[in-house]
Design a binder for this molecule. Structure first.
Ligand code: GLY
Length: 375
């Protein structure tokens, strides 16, 4: 019997992975959820349409190289089947004029044990992105009799799913930080909405970021869907655009997490890590002052690394401070150039989705702690 799908965390030995592709990528038009993702001073505000071909080619070259490095380290690499993303998305509830990309499978696919679930994304432009992964899911389904192929409840994404006029040109960075600290996000609680990259898997415990792309109703849904796992809501008040946990709170091995020093986990939420002897250390400063052009993400993609096993990590090749810190933390670092791929959906963790990591569902947090701030 072939076992193809199994993964419970981000650090056990990686044996099979999906690496995204940048083909046909589009900068999508603004919509209620995405106007929040593009910082007010970004050159991308108001801009949409297919990304320039030469940038797609450069991104694909770096994605191909990442795939090769993984293969050289004994990892089987699968790739999605890109769609022509420059097509409108039309449902009974909304219309938006284009889709986006399949560069970051991490946003769409959540692997928990022998199950891969396509997420319930809040961006309308991402409504059909899962289709790029369906050929792979069918293959795993055919070849692995234990594989559970799942789709989370599809959100309707009507106007009721978003706060209107949440985005306001006049809002200052301080006001934005006050809002995110108060857990006031663009998504409402009308239905479960979540991106897979907001879910940090640590065996029996899921730490899910409450932010612009994932709401509390999703966490309640996770609790009911996975009754054997423990779901914890986390939030990071220092992040003005809290989207995805993997440039903020990144585990390197059992007992060790690097945390973005500008986005500390609040005191109350640290208690469960302290009670179980986990170390949370500040990540190194990024090597760059700005992200590359036409990039959605921040310079903190510096810490968005791909852990191959408890001692080996792939880091972006120019992130000298992060690589030095990894070395001090006892990790062997494999540098991979990736900044040309950043604008298409993030760094090395974003660009990959786990299929198989050797290991089971460990209990890393036997001492559970109630967090009154999250009730
Ligand atoms: N949310 C990813 C970033 O920090 O840019």
């Amino acid at each position: 019997m072939t076992k193809i799908v199994n993964s419970w965390n981000d650090f056990d030995p990686l044996k099979r992975v999906i690496v995204g592709r940048a083909d046909f990528s589009v900068i999508p038009p603004e919509e209620p959820a995405t106007s929040e993702k593009v910082p007010i001073d970004s050159e991308m505000r108001g801009m949409w349409g297919p990304r320039p071909t030469e940038t797609v080619e450069k991104a694909n070259a770096q994605l191909d190289y990442l795939a090769k490095v993984c293969e050289d380290h004994g990892v089987i690499v699968d790739r999605p089947t890109p769609l022509q993303w420059n097509q409108p998305v039309i449902t009974p509830d909304f219309r938006t004029d284009s889709m986006m990309t399949c560069m970051p499978p991490r946003d769409i696919l959540l692997t928990i044990g022998n199950e891969i679930m396509a997420s319930a994304n809040s961006f309308r432009c991402r409504y059909f992105e899962y289709l790029a992964y369906w050929p792979l899911m069918k293959k795993y389904f055919d070849e692995d009799p234990e594989f559970k192929w799942t789709q989370a409840p599809r959100p309707r994404l009507t106007n009721a799913s978003y706060k209107h006029n949440y985005y306001d040109e006049k809002i200052s960075l301080e006001e934005r930080l006050e809002r995110t600290a108060a857990k006031d996000f663009v998504t409402t609680e009308a239905e479960p909405m979540w991106d897979a990259a907001d879910v940090l898997r640590l065996g029996k415990d899921l730490f899910i970021q409450h932010g612009l792309t994932t709401n509390r109703t999703a966490m309640e849904w996770f609790k009911r869907y996975y009754p054997d796992l423990r779901v914890h809501a986390v939030n990071f008040p220092g992040d003005p655009y809290p989207i995805h946990i993997d440039a903020t709170f990144v585990p390197l091995r059992p007992g060790l997490i690097i945390n973005n020093p500008h986005r500390h986990l609040p005191e109350e939420q640290r208690k469960i890590f302290e009670a179980n002897d986990w170390q949370i250390v500040d990540a190194a400063m990024p090597a760059h002052e700005t992200p590359p052009p036409l990039c959605y993400s921040s310079v903190w993609l510096s810490m968005n690394c791909l852990v191959l096993d408890h001692k080996t990590v792939i880091c972006e090749a120019s992130e000298v401070h992060q690589m030095e810190q990894m070395d001090k933390l006892g990790m062997n670092v494999i540098p991979v150039p990736f900044r040309d791929a950043y604008p298409f959906g993030g760094a090395l963790h974003c660009a990959t989705a786990d299929v198989y990591r050797e290991g089971g569902c460990e209990d890393y947090f036997p001492n559970q702690v109630e967090d009154p701030t999250l009730v």
